[in-house]
Design a protein around this ligand. Structure first.
Ligand code: ADP
Ligand code: MG
Length: 624
């Protein structure tokens, strides 16, 4: 018998891998439990980014001394009991695995008391095992303290970021909870200092103010309940002038649950179309409610994604609600007076945003929804609107010619431009030479375009685009990117985010040819870089790579290509830089002998041909 059932502890550890990724996921589960328990006050306190200490205190219904130990069992839940319940989940939790999973990777103290009970209960758990179970005097509700998260799973621990970053993720979790529950008073304490709070006055503007701050909040448009079919949309969206360079301030909620949704983002952004510059994004706290059976929340262990039974009505409702709100509003920027005292909670200075004009009117005459008229394809089967990820203009080369990768002997590779041009697999060179005899380089225009001549006419070659493409193709084919060791380490100063991303991705960087080690608080000592990279470009290229890496978890092969492309782009000779005649001819020969080099990795053309016939025509040497 080689197949065995996993022990409950092992099963919990595996579940923990899915549910408990980092302290913020613990905070999310525990806050959700507190909300489900009907709390009106929830306090979150953390130390060291929640890694050593995370406490969630609520004044909810509490648990009996019989129920509490069961809550830590896997698949123990009070929220659903029949299969039927699964299709209409109204609580935040339902999987019954959070407490068991969290308990398996931490030390827990739980204090809980039901209002009607005289005394409460204290449980202590170590790695999922209850080691203390005693009566305790405690307030109504539940307080749960998680200590030393991942103490028994060091591999998990390694993936955690700096305390400050982890704390940031927890703050986001609290913000989302506060936005979706204006009726609950939240407070968040980090290392002894209150960093976020809401009053629980049941006005959405209160958490909106706390989350977005004064400047953005006073430039937001309110969408009060907009109904379309069985979908209700409401919330706040920013005026077009206040758009941001990323989507980090787009918060979407479905039936009170914070979710990540490309669909909702696409609908929002579609409403701003032609009102904001490409590359800028609106911010929002947007809520939709729809019948529970039209949305499946059980598609992701962390419950941050949902599946809509029908996407089109959701898209339309959001699009029209936002478009109407934007059209009804004057969209004039509001300038803010600085408040006398700084107020992190935002509770005392709640501002009254301008209400959109009569909402009834809007309902009567919904504006047309152009996107569904023009392009129905966008809706099915899964909406993948072009406005999402449209910044990716990277073009993977087609017509791959399979050749052996050149084996690069690190010790022997020279790193001058000439070497680049020579470093071509021989087989390929032979094959290609039969295809095209090369033209003669006769000069260069604007230090950008190489001009070559053959019997049929002129060829203009974009120096940078061509070189970039050649490098890209070569780097892609080799298993070992050639590197150049630096005689003295180069110190690259990064910003804190870049620093953290790069530090986490040292392995990927090393595959790309970078050898970096931490040098200061935010700087690296760079000891090796990919061949052909100019010293002056090191910081720039590292920060470009950091930006890309921050969007990937572990780069997929396509994403890795994208990184290679970044390297190739920086390594390629720049337009505007003088190139010798010999270098030009070499580059030209290489390009004209390479079928794959017809456009740069961005898709821009590399060569343009002006035929002799066309030139003769210009000079009227031939008849039309
Ligand atoms: P789920 O939330 O999916 O039911 P959990 O493991 O998070 O699963 O919690 C298990 C059970 O413990 C819940 O169903 C609930 O009955 C109880 N529980 C957890 N946290 C609290 C709390 N803060 N207050 C009251 N009951 C709680
Ligand atoms: Mg739960």
């Amino acid at each position: 018998m080689i197949i065995k059932e996993l022990s409950p502890h092992l099963a919990n550890l595996i579940a923990a891998g899915e549910v408990v990724e980092r302290p913020a996921s613990v905070a999310k589960e525990l806050i959700e439990n507190a909300i489900d328990a009907g709390a009106t006050r929830i306090q979150v306190e953390i130390e060291n980014g929640g890694i050593t200490y995370l406490r969630i205190m609520d004044n909810g219904c509490g648990m009996t001394k019989e129920d509490a130990p069961v809550a830590f069992k896997r698949h123990a839940t009070s929220k659903i009991s029949t299969e039927d319940d699964l299709s209409k989940i109204g609580t935040l939790g339902f999987r019954g695995e959070a407490l068991a999973a969290i308990a398996s990777v931490s030390r827990i103290d739980l204090f809980t008391k039901k209002r009607e009970s005289l005394v409460g209960l204290h449980l202590h758990l170590e790695a999922g095992k209850i080691t203390e179970n005693e009566e305790a005097g405690c307030p109504d509700g539940t307080t749960i303290i998680i200590r030393d998260l991942f103490f028994n799973t060091p591999a998990r621990m390694k993936f955690l970021k700096k305390d400050f970053t982890e704390a940031g993720y927890i703050i986001s979790v609290v913000e989302h909870a506060a936005l979706s529950h204006p009726e609950i008073s939240f407070s968040m304490i980090r290392d002894g200092k209150q960093v976020f709070a809401t009053s629980g006055d049941n006005k959405l503007i209160t958490p909106v103010f706390s989350v977005f701050g004064r400047e953005i909040t006073s430039n937001m448009i309110e969408i009060s309940k907009f109904e379309r079919g069985n979908i209700t949309v409401w919330g706040y969206i920013t005026k077009p002038h206040l758009c941001r360079p990323n989507r980090s301030m787009q918060h979407f909620f479905v039936n009170g649950r914070y979710i990540k949704s490309k669909l909702m983002g696409a609908a929002l952004e579609e409403a701003y179309k032609n009102q904001i510059i490409t590359g800028k994004y609106p911010s929002c706290a947007l809520f939709i409610d729809l019948p529970l059976n039209l949305v499946d929340v059980n598609v992701h262990p962390a419950k941050t994604e949902v599946k809509f039974a029908e996407e089109k009505p959701v898209f339309e409702a959001i699009y029209i609600a936002c478009k109407n709100a934007l059209e009804q509003n004057d969209n004039i920027p509001v300038l803010n007076k600085k408040p006398k005292e700084d107020n992190i909670t935002g509770m005392q200075q709640v501002i009254e945003p301008k209400k959109p004009k009569v909402q009834e009117e809007i309902k009567k005459e919904p504006i047309e929804n152009p996107i569904f008229k023009l392009n129905k394809v966008k809706l099915s089967p899964v909406i993948k609107p072009p406005i999402i990820d449209c910044d990716d203009d990277f073009d993977t080369p087609v017509n791959e010619v399979k050749v052996c990768s050149p084996v690069v002997d690190m010790a022997k590779v020279e790193y001058k431009t000439e070497t680049v041009i020579k470093a071509k697999p021989e087989i390929k060179q032979e094959v290609k030479q039969e295809i095209k005899p090369s033209a003669k380089v006769i000069g260069e225009a604007f230090k950008t375009y190489i001009i070559a001549e053959d019997k049929d006419g002129f060829i203009l070659l974009d120096k940078h685009a061509a070189h970039e493409r050649i490098l890209f193709n070569e780097l892609k084919k080799t298993t070992q990117i050639p590197v150049q060791q630096l005689l003295t380490p180069y110190i690259a100063e990064m910003n804190i985010n870049e620093f953290e991303v790069l530090q986490e991705n040292r392995e990927t960087l090393s595959k790309l040819g970078f050898d970096i080690s931490v040098f200061g608080e935010k700087s690296f000592a760079v000891r090796a870089v990919p061949a052909y990279i100019d010293m002056a470009d090191i910081t720039v290229i590292l920060s470009e790579i950091a930006e890309k890496l921050s969007n990937y978890c572990t780069p997929t092969p396509d994403e890795f290509d994208d990184l290679i492309h970044t390297v190739a782009c920086k390594a390629a000779i720049k337009a505007g830089k003088a190139t010798t005649q010999m270098e030009m001819q070499k580059l030209f020969d290489k390009v004209s002998n390479d079928n794959e080099v017809n456009c740069c990795p961005h898709g821009r053309p590399v060569m343009v041909r002006l035929t002799k016939y066309e030139i003769d025509k210009l000079f009227k040497r031939v008849n039309q």
